[in-house]
Design a protein around this ligand. Structure first.
Ligand code: ASP
Length: 561
């Protein structure tokens, strides 16, 4: 494909591009046959051509190009297909906006940054396959036309033409099938598989995405953590050349307490320090009687100006975060303290806070107070924002960790009932089963997430393999016996035939690839992504069906014509 053409009248240069790079072609009035030279003058951008010629040494070499020392002096030219003018320039820095690039994604794919991302994804994919296959996992496909698998989202459904009024659901994950494979004796399964979740729109969320889905029998949590640390280590080494020895583990409760989130970025410190004992009861209404007073220490930031701090407070007050305010303590270089609450607290008080927060001279302490859950979420957002501003989130550093001991259930205020925190097949910790009746909210699960650089890259659990326990869980989650049977009877039945203990994990491949690639958006690593409203603007879908199709599927048209 010709990309850049320069025509000087007596000499024509063409950049010929394919997947492997660019080679310069030269057509020269003196050395090229006349008809070929004339044809070359008519070539345009993106024409597909076939040439024969002689590889010669270039007069002016380009050291920045792999083929910069040579060019091809052409003596035969065949235009395989001309091209109309592309809607944007096919160069690394294109003039095409996001929407236009998505609409002509096949042209966008010709650009190096996009192409390289797909090659990178291929490499990750192959490493995953090789590693898992060598570890004894077998790649098994599971069906896409299935029945609802609850992973906490809505199902995409497919109407059945053969069964009036009946629908398939597309899998939110192959969860129940991989469990059935374990009951089927397959022992170690994996699949790189599409999953579909009809969730509310959020930036960088795709309605269809890819998981590395895995399951094993006769394992405990420890076996799974070790196995998949192995995979992660392998990927980091092979793909990034980075050796990571340490996979710290912290419990969900600890993570919430120290980082205010279950996906902490641990490439930097700024851990939460609770200040209730030190800061309450001194007559400062904003702190007193609050469930939590908690601070972080921002390194080397005591010299932040009043204006900068005010801007930070405004940032915290935006509806996305919704904080009421922010208390600051500057630990000045000379050992003195200056805070926004000097009226209420003595220098001694501030000193004790600084000590508790492990703040050094020159650091800034920022403190929030309020209801535990909200305050933690707000402070967590502030922690990430400040670390980003301070350049502490190096995309070339990889800091994985496991979050363990998730609560089994989560109270949902809207439906006024418990929901599974992971999914309904997750096993409670054996020693907690007895509390399922008396205090379900306190029950912890053998569920774990693998987090890297502030992103959840994988999550899984040890599963229930006992029919009675599964029935008890469905009951707790508000399913009637009939509903549970109708929806999950197949699994409950299977549990009666000697189901082995099993557990597994699934990694989000799109996000994993983006993180390894050091980029933020997963869209850049998907060949044909949907936009933020779930649309594919290239093929223009979702779209309407013809009346005929609707009739065949027993569906009524709701479009207002
Ligand atoms: N099916 C789960 C998910 O999609 C993963 C697992 O539990 O293995 O998150």
């Amino acid at each position: 494909m010709g990309s850049k053409n320069r025509n000087k009248g007596f000499i024509v240069w063409i950049d010929l591009r394919d997947r492997y790079g660019i080679t310069q072609l030269v057509f020269d009035e003196k050395r090229t046959p006349k008809n070929v030279f004339e044809a070359a003058q008519g070539l345009g951008r993106e024409f597909v051509i076939q040439v024969k010629g002689k590889v010669i040494e270039r007069e002016s070499k380009n050291p920045n190009m792999a083929t910069g020392a040579i060019e091809v002096l052409v003596n035969e030219l065949n235009v395989l297909n001309p091209s109309i003018t592309p809607p944007f320039t096919i160069e690394d820095d294109t003039d095409g906006g996001e929407e236009l690039r998505m609409q002509y994604r096949y042209l966008d794919l010709r650009r190096n940054p996009v192409k390289d991302n797909l090659l990178f994804r291929h490499k990750v994919n192959m490493e995953v396959r090789n590693y898992l296959s060598q570890s004894g996992f077998i790649d098994i496909e599971t069906p896409y036309l299935i029945k609802s698998t609850p992973e906490g989202a809505r199902d995409f459904v497919v109407p059945s033409r053969m069964n009036e009024g009946k629908f398939y659901a597309l899998p939110q994950s192959p969860q129940t099938f991989k469990q059935l494979l374990m009951i089927g004796g397959l022992d170690k399964y994996f699949q790189i598989v599409k999953c579909f979740r009809d969730e509310d729109l959020r930036a960088d969320r795709q309605p269809e995405f890819t998981q590395i889905d895995c399951e094993m029998t006769f394992v405990e949590q420890e076996d799974i953590l070790i196995q998949f640390e192995g995979l992660t280590r392998h990927l980091l080494k092979e793909i990034k050349g980075v050796e990571v020895d340490d996979f710290p583990r912290i419990s969900y409760d600890q993570a919430m307490k120290i980082y205010g989130t279950d996906k902490p970025d641990i490439r930097f410190g700024m851990c939460f320090k609770e200040l209730n004992a030190l800061a309450q009861g001194k007559g400062f209404g904003v702190f007193d009687n609050q469930e939590l007073v908690v601070g972080i220490t921002v390194p080397r930031s005591a010299e932040m100006s009043r204006k900068e701090i005010d801007a930070l407070i405004d940032w915290m007050k935006r509806p996305q975060i919704g904080s009421k305010g922010l208390v600051y303590v500057k630990c000045n270089k000379d050992g003195s303290f200056k805070s926004s609450v000097d009226k209420f607290f003595s220098s001694k008080d501030l000193e004790s806070w600084a000590k508790h927060c492990e703040a050094q001279a020159g650091d800034l302490i920022l403190i929030l107070s309020g209801e535990k859950k909200t305050t933690r979420i707000q402070l967590s957002a502030l922690r990430i924002e400040l670390a980003t501003r301070l350049g502490l989130r190096n995309p070339f550093e990889f800091a994985p960790l496991w979050i363990t001991d998730f609560p089994l259930l989560e109270w949902d205020d809207e439906s006024k009932r418990y929901q599974a925190m992971h999914h309904p097949f997750t096993a409670p910790k054996p020693e907690h089963i007895e509390f399922l009746k008396s205090d379900p909210g306190s029950v912890k699960a053998n569920a774990y997430d693998l987090v890297m650089n502030g992103n959840e890259i994988g999550g899984g659990s040890i599963r229930i393999h006992d029919q009675k326990l599964q029935a008890q869980l469905f009951d707790l989650l508000g399913f009637t016996t009939e509903e549970a049977k109708a929806q999950f009877g197949f699994l409950m039945n299977a549990f009666q035939y000697g189901a082995p203990p099993h557990g597994g994990i699934a990694f989000g491949l799109d996000r994993l690839v983006a993180i390894l690639g050091g980029e933020e958006t997963i869209r850049d690593f998907i060949a044909f992504p949907k936009n933020n409203s779930g649309r594919d603007v290239m093929i223009d879908t979702p779209s309407s069906l013809s009346q005929n199709q609707l009739d065949e599927l027993y569906l009524k048209s709701t479009s207002k014509k």
